[in-house]
Design a binder for this molecule. Structure first.
Ligand code: ADP
Ligand code: MG
Length: 284
């Protein structure tokens, strides 16, 4: 095998070339290729494959981080039978990512706790692993952020950044009404996204109530027109998963023994202060 001096040089070259996986693994692969009588071509192929795989994994991790999911949720941990109102076939079809290439939108409508944020994040997570650039915003936080950016005369920069994405997730539209300026900025986001990138919007509001949040009939009409031009609608009309889960725990208190030190769970709805709450979902 190579001399110590050559090893140092090789390490240096691989660092310069930014090939950390090859730098870390070349000796092991060289040894196993020598043992199996593999040729130099096979050796190089194995190494470059490992470098490529790791590079893709690192890039996906970076995309996931910059998407700012409140919690990582996946389709694997979504219990479809528990929420039979949700069209599983459609969700699975969306997970192929075709809607992103077609710049189509997804609207998740339904009452609180039915898994809308979970599914939106899970679809965003899949998109990250498919090489797409994703960003999740709570609708309220996005509007507040844009108002601040406008104040700082940085809106243009914000929109340029936004254009670089493939998917924008607007979570929980409808919980808080917007100011006139806020509604106009939200409209701007949606018109700008139109046919440029895909939007996933989660909301508890049926269409006829959007006017109350946007404050203007004209703006709401124009917004819905763009949002729903090419849209997949997922309706979630079942019972809140949180409530159901809490109720199950109450009926089956032994489950609590698995959470020593946790607060004892109480029947949901028995008093307002006893409503089950999730610390990781502050906006629901
Ligand atoms: P929503 O956004 O509709 O209010 P969430 O997506 O925040 O609801 O769901 C509330 C909590 O319940 C989350 O922790 C979510 O992961 C969980 N949850 C909801 N529906 C399901 C489901 N069908 N399977 C597994 N977990 C679920
Ligand atoms: Mg939600």
């Amino acid at each position: 095998m190579s001399t110590p001096g050559n090893r140092v040089l090789l390490k240096h070259h691989l660092e310069k070339l930014r090939l950390p996986t090859i730098r870390r693994e070349w000796e092991g692969v060289a040894n196993s290729c020598a043992k199996d009588g593999r040729n130099y071509g096979d050796f190089l192929l194995q190494l470059t494959e490992r470098e490529l795989i790791e590079r893709e994994q690192r890039a996906a991790q970076r995309r996931i981080k910059s998407a700012r999911f409140p919690v990582i949720k996946t389709l694997e941990d979504f219990d479809f039978p528990a929420q039979s109102s949700i069209n599983e076939t459609l969700v699975r079809q969306l997970a192929t990512g075709e809607y992103l290439d077609a710049r189509e939108n997804v609207l998740l409508i339904g009452n609180s706790g039915t898994g809308k944020t979970h599914l939106a994040s899970a679809l965003g997570f899949v998109a990250c692993s498919q090489g797409k650039r994703v960003r999740l915003w709570s609708a309220t936080a996005l509007v507040t952020h844009m108002l601040e950016m406008r104040e700082a005369r940085e809106l243009k920069r914000f929109f340029t950044q936004m254009d670089k994405h493939d998917l924008l997730i607007l979570d929980e539209l409808g919980y808080v009404p917007f100011s006139k300026a806020g509604a106009e900025l939200l409209f701007e986001v949606i018109s700008r996204a139109y046919e440029r990138l895909s939007l996933i919007v989660t909301t508890n509001l049926p269409f006829e109530q959007w006017i109350e949040v946007m404050g203007s009939e004209r703006l709401t009409g124009a917004l819905l027109d763009r949002l729903t031009h090419r849209v997949h609608i997922i309706e979630a009309n079942g019972e809140s998963y949180r409530l159901k889960d809490a109720r199950k725990r109450y009926r089956n208190p032994k489950r609590d023994e698995r959470h020593p030190g946790g607060t004892p769970r109480r029947p949901p709805g028995s008093s307002p202060s006893r409503q089950p709450k999730e610390p990781d979902q502050p906006n629901t």
